[in-house]
Design a protein around this ligand. Sequence first.
Ligand code: KG4
Ligand code: ZN
Length: 321
Amino acid sequence: MLVLGIETSCDETSAAVVKDGRKVLSNIIASSLKLHRQYGGIIPEIASRSHIETIAGVTRKALKDAGCSLGDIGLICVTANPGLIGSLLVGVSFARALSLALKVPLKEIDHVSAHLYANFLDGKTPELPAVGLVVSGGHTSLYYLKSIRDCRLIGWTVDDAAGEAFDKVAKILDLGYPGGPVIDRLAKQGNPRKVRFSCSAFSGALNFSFSGIKTAVLYYARGKWDRRRVKLKDIAASFQEAVVDNLTRKAIAACKEKKVRTLLVGGGVAANSRLRQVLTEQAGANRIKVYFPKPELCLDNAAMVAANGSIGYSFGAQRLS
Ligand code: KG4
Ligand code: ZN
């Protein structure tokens, strides 16, 4: 069956055609990021207006690249939550209209858990049960996937998300938006042991907290930073190392608690090169097989939404026709 995915939760307008929930035939992503950069973060009103202008063209291109037409689509899956309300509204209204016109069922998908289903695309078949770690700009969550349709939340952030911490630290250090990719690049030349940053230990065994480390970087940058001894790249590397260490320890602890040997990672921060390296090493040392989506499937995209709706848990199918 050919499934059309639609994702408009933040600044990316994305449409994808996925075959049988596993094979990506097309995955078009248009981003309004350049319109937001001057403000240092996403402006919701600009994002939703941009979705309205882009969504029809992006969907047309997804169908064309997949070599099919709307008449070939058997299911439509759309991100319904969580995200920017105006942005979500555009995608959901568009998908509902298509569903009604084509008399094709519609599934509404949770965008956070959808990040995990990117790991089932392109010929990969991870063994279940598994633990899932979603690290994005808005969420940091641990899931227990008992089976492909049984995905339960077992850990979350009590304050900021991991990606949010990268973005805010980049802002403090005047590195621009989004912060993740630039800190990732800069940290490669820095010394991760130059400054001692750490994530709060008070969040609980499987929960996360990143607001403390963000404030620690702020005070360090404004206070005792000796610029002759410690370079910007050292701060970036030291901050990143502390976040990566925290994410790795909690993900491995969750695998041990649930007695599973598969770890699925997803979300924008899953593109981080140091996280990929350390998690792969630590998972290997604990005989856990870790899966990361390829970088373009880490960020928000409609292929993961289509995969989630076809093979995984969703809020439920609606036949609007
Ligand atoms: O999943 P995503 O595309 O959107 C949300 O659902 O939030 O994630 C975006 C987040 C941003 O905070 C961005 O800074 C972060 O992912 N990010 C990274 C990297 N690439 C993107 N963080 C660390 N390292 C990266 N290479
Ligand atoms: Zn996301």
